[in-house]
Design a binder for this molecule. Structure first.
Ligand code: BTX
Length: 325
């Protein structure tokens, strides 16, 4: 019902909608409407109420990541059509894995805060309350498990497109970091539940730093946020744009085996192709030159002795010669 109340208010745009009209349309009492309005205000909606006129939104709900706000007018078929929104949780990826078998593909888990946000290889991900977008997308493609890692690239490319639609140009540090002005603005953690030849579900965890101005010392040098770089962009718009762009690239990959659109974005916006970087594996680091990303989404590198090698994403980290990129 609360969703219906906010939808009616969103639908009436700049016009007021009276308590009486709402109560007639939705078939509940005016007191019940009033209770829903108060609950919506607590969720963060700035709802004006004027005597004899009714209710309307005083400002666009740009920062609200609830299901009813994100999915309002979201022109996707299934990505983001169902959203589970928390104030706080351990890790949205862990929660997504708990419910992965039970929900529809396209379900998105979002939390304002994570107390145990995870990065790759047991690392942690700082996820302060309200500072970013901490979300996990559950998808259930009918593909062989070996095709799943490419979806990290699909997610990365979707973030590049989403932010570019909103006026921010970012790069991808293969395979799973998004870079703004040489610093990490977003990380992606893909987890897979599968049998030998069948994917049960895949969880794509995405952390985007939006408002953080002060990062903890240990990541100060390499982390940044949109606000820190001068971009005040709506969190709700970013999530919506991500859903739209992801659905396009995902359908292309799953239904038509189209990797080119994703690869094109990953190559054009690569922070590593053409550069010398350290490949770090099991605490050993080797200086190599990045040549390309191949059709499997693997990184092609040239070693010092001239050998050309293909690197798979799961096994390595990449460090720039002067630091992070
Ligand atoms: P990663 O292993 O590539 O990056 C983790 C490393 O990044 C950390 O060791 C630390 O150095 C640095 N770091 C930690 N927090 C931040 C931050 N907020 N901004 C920039 N750098 C940071 C990248 O792993 C994958 C991260 C995925 C995070 C999402 S959030 C929603 C979902 N739920 C969950 O638990 N993880 C994912």
């Amino acid at each position: 019902m609360r969703e219906k109340v906010i939808r009616a208010i969103l639908d009436s745009g700049e016009n007021f909608i009276s308590g009486e009209q709402l109560s007639k349309e939705l078939g509940i009492s005016r007191t019940a409407i009033w209770k829903h309005i108060n609950a919506l205000r607590e969720e963060g909606y700035n709802i004006e109420s004027v005597n004899k006129k009714g209710y309307r939104l005083a400002e666009k709900p740009d920062d609200i990541l609830s299901s009813e706000n994100i999915s309002y007018n979201l022109p996707t078929e299934f990505i983001g059509k169902k959203i589970v929104h928390f104030d706080t949780i351990g890790s949205t990826n862990d929660y997504a894995k708990e419910i992965g078998n039970k929900v529809r593909g396209g379900t998105l888990i979002i939390s304002e805060q994570q107390t145990k946000g995870k990065g790759r290889l047991g690392r942690s991900w700082k996820s302060k309350s309200g500072d970013g977008i901490w979300m996990s997308l559950i998808i259930k493609p009918k593909i062989d498990p070996y095709k799943a890692p490419f979806l990290t690239l699909v997610a990365g490319a979707s973030i590049v497109e989403a932010l570019s639609n909103l006026g921010v140009d970012v790069l991808i540090k293969w395979p799973n970091d998004i870079i703004l002005n040489n610093k990490k603005i977003c990380g992606i953690l893909t987890e897979l539940s599968a049998e030998m030849e069948r994917v049960n579900y895949i969880v794509i965890g995405i952390g985007i730093n939006i408002k953080t101005l002060d990062f903890p010392n240990e990541i100060k040098e390499k982390a940044t946020s949109l606000y820190k770089e001068g971009y005040k962009i709506s969190r709700a718009d970013i999530v919506r744009q991500f859903c739209i762009e992801f659905e396009k690239l995902y359908k292309g990959y799953i239904l038509d085996d189209d990797k080119e659109n994703t690869l094109d974005i990953c190559r054009k916006h690569s922070a590593v192709i053409g550069k010398q970087v350290y490949i770090v594996k099991n605490n050993k680091k080797e200086l190599v030159k990045c040549i390309d990303i191949n059709e499997n989404g693997n990184l092609i590198i040239k070693e010092n002795n001239g050998d050309i090698k293909e690197i798979m994403s799961g096994e390595v980290s990449i460090r720039g010669i002067k630091g992070y990129v």
